[in-house]
Design a protein around this ligand. Structure first.
Ligand SMILES: C[S@@+](CC[C@H](N)C(=O)[O-])C[C@H]1O[C@@H](n2cnc3c(N)ncnc32)[C@H](O)[C@@H]1O
Length: 221
């Protein structure tokens, strides 16, 4: 599915966020507190937006994604070869324990079929004190707001799907994935259970979107 939409991905992301997506991704990068010389992994990196922002801080950045077409677009954007790109599944990370200072994800954790496995991998590869920052849609707790939000995304997604791909179902995965997603509060609970402290989420777009933040506990914390 992501191979089908890869070529239009950057356009649709900007359009669906009314141009705000870049600012949100910049906020993700700044919340990591990334320092020169640190190592970061951007999960579900897609076309590389967050990974490239992390590279601006002067760290060693790996962009990881399952879809070769997305990685090819990231490579095209990264002409200076500042990031390393890896094709892999975020539920089975090809990195050693405690090998990263920072892990990020943009619209990644909501899409993964086994959220707990993905978060456990984030925890495993982070060094103690390492930071996790993830941007994603939220699932409003209020049923009226939730249904209006999902309805809106379905209608707008259908229009874009029809116009850009000739198939109104192309972007149905967005509301479908939100339906199956537990939402930002539950993600924070799971981060705490896994051994993150300072776990919280920051509302974006009045809480319709969320940026999750957590720090892997150090021994003795
Ligand atoms: C909505 S895009 C997000 C792209 C980018 N992070 C951004 O913020 O624009 C979701 C990405 O997740 C990738 N993806 C989906 N399941 C994955 C998995 N299990 N492991 C790694 N990447 C995955 C897709 O290939 C796609 O590039």
């Amino acid at each position: 599915m992501f191979a089908t939409i890869a070529d239009r991905y950057d356009f649709i992301t900007v359009a669906l966020s009314y141009g705000r997506d870049r600012r949100w991704k910049q906020r993700v990068a700044s919340l990591t507190g990334m320092q020169a010389g640190e190592t970061a992994v951007d999960l579900a990196c897609g076309t590389g937006d967050i990974a490239l922002r992390l590279a601006d801080a002067g760290g060693h950045v790996v962009g990881l994604d399952l879809t070769p077409a997305m990685l090819a677009l990231a490579r095209r954007k990264d002409q200076a070869r500042r990031i390393r790109l890896v094709q892999a599944d975020m539920t089975h990370l090809p990195f050693g324990d405690a090998s990263a200072d920072v892990v990020t994800a943009g619209y990644g954790i909501r899409n993964v079929p086994d959220l707990d496995a993905a978060l456990a991998e984030v925890h495993r590869v982070l060094r103690p004190g390492g930071r996790f920052v993830a941007l994603d849609f939220n699932k409003p707790a209020n049923p009226v707001l939730r249904s209006a939000y999902l309805g809106y995304l379905t209608v707008v997604g259908s229009v874009f799907g029809w116009v850009l791909h000739g198939d109104p179902d192309t972007y149905r995965y967005i509301p479908a994935s939100i339906r199956h997603y537990p939402g930002a509060d539950v993600v924070v609970e799971r981060l705490v259970t896994l051994g993150f402290d300072e776990a919280r989420w920051e509302p974006v777009l009045g809480g319709l979107m969320a940026i999750h933040v957590g720090r892997k506990k150090r021994r003795g914390d």
